[in-house]
Design a protein around this ligand. Structure first.
Ligand SMILES: [Zn+2]
Length: 86
C-alpha cells in the first residue's frame, strides 16, 4: 500500500506523518510569535496569533504545496478526510 505523498512543506509530506509535521509547524510559528512579542513590548495585540495545525492546510494561505494526486501511485488525495483528522 502507498503512503501517499501529499505535498511539500520544507520537505515532502507523507500521509503517515502529516499530523506530526503540521503540529511541529504550528509549534514553531507560535514560538516565533512569542519571540516577536517579547521584542515588541506594547504591541502584543498586533502580533498575537495562535497557529493551529489546520491553518497550514488552508490552500488560500499558501503554506503548503498541496497535491491533488499522489505522485507515487496517482491516486486522488482525499483532503476532506485528512483535514478531518488534523
Ligand atoms: Zn500514493
Amino acid at each position: 500500500m502507498c503512503d501517499h505523498t501529499l505535498g511539500y512543506l520544507h520537505n515532502w509530506v507523507y500521509k503517515s506523518d502529516i499530523a506530526q509535521v503540521l503540529k511541529n509547524e504550528a509549534y514553531s510559528w507560535n514560538n516565533h510569535s512569542k519571540t516577536m512579542n517579547s521584542l515588541t513590548r506594547g504591541n502584543e495585540k498586533l502580533m498575537k496569533e495562535d497557529y493551529k495545525p489546520s491553518v497550514f492546510l488552508d490552500g488560500r494561505k499558501g503554506y503548503m504545496n498541496m497535491f491533488k494526486f499522489c505522485p507515487s501511485c496517482g491516486e486522488k488525495i482525499n483532503w476532506k478526510d485528512i483535514k478531518k483528522a488534523i
